[in-house]
Design a protein. Structure first.
Length: 217
């Protein structure tokens, strides 16, 4: 600051003090505004997060349990045996939905050839879903569409001859016949029966045993 003519040193110091005080008050005002903005943004973000959490909880609470899922056309079977046997087994259903089976389970995954039945049934015992299809009735694009809708684990996808429909989904004690890969019942069947606790050994491994012919993954 330049000293004006006739201005005393005391006056000059007072002006400087007032200037500093004014600048200090401006900084305080800016700081308060920034804090208010920060608090407002924080509150808004908190409200959004809380809303998302409430939405997720509400969705979870409203989601049906396995037992509440109703699927038109599902056939269920009870009192299935699950003994380890050698050789072939004559099953009442084809594809089978359970029963006695080979001591080694079939490694889950996608197959391009028919797989050994008795080993696949052992995988059902562990909670896997076995999805079979008639390759003469399904195009390659439809098979790819079907595969895209299946989980990456605890699922066997394989062709099978003499099926009662183009696609058959089997789990331990349950089966659903489908006409096309776009059927909306595929996901509900998985929701209800994939890794189901109703299987005799749910959660037991679906890898580390044997591969069938034509294993793709």
């Amino acid at each position: 600051m330049t000293k004006n003519k006739g201005q005393s040193t005391k006056q000059l110091r007072e002006e400087r003090r007032q200037e500093k005080l004014t600048e200090f008050r401006k900084q305080q005002a800016r700081s308060k505004r920034n804090k208010k903005i920060g608090v407002g943004v924080g509150i808004t973000a908190g409200v959004l997060v809380a809303g998302l959490i409430v939405g997720v909880i509400a969705t979870s609470l409203n989601a049906p349990t396995r037992d509440e899922i109703a699927i038109e056309g599902v056939d269920t079977y009870a009192n299935l045996t699950n003994n380890h046997v050698t050789g072939t087994v004559n099953y009442e259903q084809d594809p089978p939905v359970g029963g006695d089976h080979n001591q080694y389970w079939l490694n889950c995954g996608a197959y391009t050839e028919e797989v050994p039945t008795e080993n696949a049934v052992h995988s059902l015992e562990h909670g896997a879903v076995w999805v079979t299809y008639n390759r003469d009735l399904l195009s390659e694009d439809e098979v790819r569409e079907l595969r895209s809708k299946l989980p990456s684990s605890y699922v066997i996808l394989s062709p099978r001859s003499d099926l009662p429909s183009p696609i058959v989904m089997s789990a331990w004690g349950a089966q659903l016949q489908l006409e096309e890969a776009s059927d909306s019942r595929i996901q509900p069947f998985l929701d209800k029966f994939w890794r189901s606790p109703a299987a005799p050994e749910p959660g037991a491994s679906c890898t580390g045993a044997i591969d069938g012919p034509g294993k793709d993954s």
